[in-house]
Design a protein around this ligand. Structure first.
Ligand code: HEM
Ligand SMILES: *[C@@H]1O[C@H](CO)[C@@H](O)[C@H](O)[C@H]1NC(C)=O
Ligand SMILES: *[C@@H]1O[C@H](CO)[C@@H](O)[C@H](O)[C@H]1NC(C)=O
Ligand SMILES: *[C@@H]1O[C@H](CO)[C@@H](O)[C@H](O)[C@H]1NC(C)=O
Ligand SMILES: CC(=O)N[C@H]1CO[C@H](CO)[C@@H](O)[C@@H]1O
Length: 421
C-alpha cells in the first residue's frame, strides 16, 4: 500500500530520491527508484575504523565489591532487583566520574556513555555482554530481563561479536572486538546506522542529514526537545517531541527510514523519565537530563556538549526494576499518543509501508499481553528489514547465542514463538 507523503507529512517538497531494491519480504516496493545510495564507504567515514580512538590500555570495569554491592549484579547474572540507593555510593571512588580521554570511545547512547564515564563499563568504551548486563542493573536498576535483552540487541545486531562477547559502545573497533576480523567482517559498534542506531533520534542527527554522523550530540535538537517538552521530559512531552522529530525527518531526509528497530527509540525516550530521574521525587527535570546528556546551557539558551555525560550529584536510582514489560508498555503508550507510519521514503512523493510482526501496513498494532511484550524479543531473533533494501538476518551463531543467554531463567522472555534456526 502506498500513501502520498502529503498525507503523512507536512510537506513533501524536500523529498528527492530514495534508492532501494525491490523484493523485500513484507515491503511493498512498487515505487522503486534505483539511485545510488549516498553513503560513504571505506574506513574514513565518521564512526569508521580509521578515526576510531584506540586505547592500548584496556582495563575491564572494576565491578562491585562487598563494601559497595549496589544491587549485587555480577558476571552477567541477576542482581537482587532492589534499587532506591545512591549511585555512585558515597566513598566508592572506583565509580566516581572520570571524563573520557581522547583514546576512549563514546557513542550514541547517553546511558552507556555515562556508565563508561563512571567505570560501570570499561572506560575505553570496549565493553562486554556481562559488563552491560551488570552495569544496567547496578547503576540504573534495569530489570535483569530487559538488561539482558538490550545487551543481546547491542551485540547481535551485527554491532558486536558473539564469540568474544565484546562490543564497542561507539565507533568501529573491529580489531579489538572481533575474534577474527577476516571471518566476522566489520563490527561497526553502536554507531552503525539502521541497526540499533536509527533516524529520528532525540538528540542525534539522521544519518543522511548529518553527513554520515548519526551519533554525535546535537545541541539544537536538545534545545528543541527542551522547548517541546517544556523542560519536563515525561511520557507526554517525549511522545510529542518524537512525533515532531518524525515529521522533521519525513520532510528533510530523502533517505528517511523508520523500521522495526525504531521501536527502540520509543524505549530510549522512556529512559529519560523511567531511568534517569532521581529519588525521592523522580522528576525528569532539565538539570537531571542535562547531566546525563552532557548538555550545557549557554546564556543565549543554546546547548553545547561538555563531553562529560555523568550521573547528577546525590543521585538515587529507581526503586523497582524496569522490566521488559514496563518498557514495552511505554513504547506502545508513546506510539499511541501520536501514531506514525513505519516504512521508508521512496522519493517521488511515496512512502512504502512495512509489515513485521506487530507492525501491519506500517502501523503498530498493539494489543495488551504477550504479543506486545514479545516485540523486542522479535527484534533479536527474526530477520528485520533494516532499510527498504536490507535485511538483518540472525545467523545460527547469533540464535545460539541468544538462546544461551536467555535460557533457562528467561526462556524466550515468555514469548510464544520458539527460537528457530
Ligand atoms: C546494553 C544496553 C544498551 C544498548 C546496547 C544501548 C544502545 C543505544 C543506541 C545504539 C542508541 C542510539 C539509538 C538512536 O538514537 O538511534 C541509544 C540511545 C539511547 N539510549 Fe541506550 N542502550 C542501552 C542501554 C541504555 C540505558 C540503560 C539507558 C538509560 C539510562 C539508555 C539511554 C538511552 C537514551 C536516552 C538514548 C537516546 C539518545 C538520543 O536519541 O539522543 N540506554 N542506546
Ligand atoms: C543539528 O540539528 C539541526 C536541526 O535538525 C540541524 O539544522 C543542524 O544542522 C544540526 N547540527 C549539526 C552540527 O549537525
Ligand atoms: C549532596 O549532598 C551533600 C550531603 O548531603 C550536600 O552537602 C550537597 O549540597 C548535595 N549536593 C547537591 C548538588 O545537591
Ligand atoms: C493491509 O493493506 C492491504 C491492502 O490494502 C489489505 O488488504 C490488508 O487487509 C491490510 N491489512 C491490515 C492488517 O490492515
Ligand atoms: C547505514 C550507514 O551508513 N550507517 C552509518 C551510521 O554512521 C556510522 C558512522 O558514520 C557508519 O559507520 C554507519 O555505516
Amino acid at each position: 500500500m502506498k500513501y502520498s507523503l502529503i498525507a503523512v507529512a507536512l510537506a513533501a517538497e524536500a523529498v528527492t530520491a530514495f534508492p532501494f531494491v525491490a523484493n523485500m519480504p513484507g515491503v511493498d516496493s512498487s515505487l522503486l527508484r534505483n539511485r545510488p545510495k549516498r553513503q560513504q564507504s571505506g574506513g574514513s567515514h565518521p564512526g569508521g575504523p580509521a578515526t576510531c580512538p584506540n586505547n592500548p590500555d584496556h582495563v575491564p570495569a572494576p565491578g562491585i565489591t562487598d563494601q559497595y554491592p549496589y544491587n549485587g549484579a555480577k558476571n552477567g547474572q541477576p542482581g537482587n532487583g532492589k534499587g532506591g540507593y545512591q549511585v555512585p555510593a558515597p566513598g566508592d571512588t572506583a565509580h566516581y566520574f572520570v571524563a573520557p580521554g581522547p583514546n576512549d570511545i563514546r557513542g550514541p547512547c547517553p546511558g552507556l556513555n555515562v556508565a563508561a564515564n563512571h567505570n560501570f563499563l570499561a572506560h575505553d568504551g570496549i565493553t562486554t555482554f556481562d559488563e552491560l548486563v551488570d552495569a544496567q542493573q547496578n547503576l540504573y536498576n534495569v530489570g535483569y530481563d530487559l538488561a539482558t535483552l538490550l545487551a543481546l540487541l547491542g551485540l547481535t545486531l551485527t554491532d558486536g561479536d558473539v564469540v568474544t562477547e565484546k562490543l564497542s559502545i561507539g565507533c568501529d573497533a573491529t580489531t579489538r572486538t572481533s575474534y577474527n576480523p577476516a571471518l566476522t567482517g566489520s563490527e561497526p559498534g553502536l554507531d552503525g546506522h539502521n541497526k540499533f542506531e536509527a533516524d529520528t533520534s532525540l538528540t542525534r542527527d539522521d544519518y543522511f542529514l548529518g553527513d554520515g554522523d548519526n551519533f554525535s550530540f546535537n545541541g539544537t535538537l536538545f534545545q528543541m526537545m527542551t522547548a517541546t517538552t517544556g523542560g519536563l521530559y515525561n511520557r507526554d512531552g517525549l511522545a510529542k517531541y518524537r512525533y515532531q522529530r518524525y515529521q522533521q525527518s519525513l520532510q528533510d531526509n530523502p533517505n528517511f527510514y523508520f523500521g522495526p528497530l525504531s521501536l527502540l527509540l520509543f524505549g530510549a525516550s522512556s529512559f529519560l523519565y523511567e531511568l534517569m530521574p532521581s529519588g525521592p521525587d523522580y522528576t525528569p527535570d532539565e538539570a537531571t537530563i542535562s547531566s546525563f546528556f552532557g548538555a550545557e546551557k549557554q546564556s543565549d539558551g543554546s546547548y553545547t556538549f561538555n563531553s562529560g555525560e555523568q550521573i547528577p550529584p546525590n543521585w538515587t536510582n529507581r526503586v523497582s526494576p524496569y522490566s521488559n514489560e514496563d518498557v514495552t508498555t511505554e513504547i506502545v503508550a508513546q506510539y499511541l499518543e501520536y501514531p506514525v507510519l513505519f516504512g521508508g521514503a521512496t522519493g517521488n512523493g511515496g512512502f512504502d509501508l512495512l509489515n513485521f510482526g506487530s507492525i501491519q501496513n506500517g502501523t503498530l498494532v498493539a494489543t495488551p499481553g504477550t504479543a506486545t511484550v514479545c516485540l523486542l524479543y522479535q527484534l533479536a531473533t527474526q530477520s528485520i528489514p533494516s532499510s527498504l533494501n536490507g535485511l538483518i538476518t540472525p545467523t545460527v551463531a547469533v540464535l545460539d547465542f541468544v538462546a544461551s543467554k536467555l535460557g533457562p531463567t528467561l526462556t524466550n522472555l515468555g514469548c510464544p514463538i520458539p527460537l528457530t534456526k
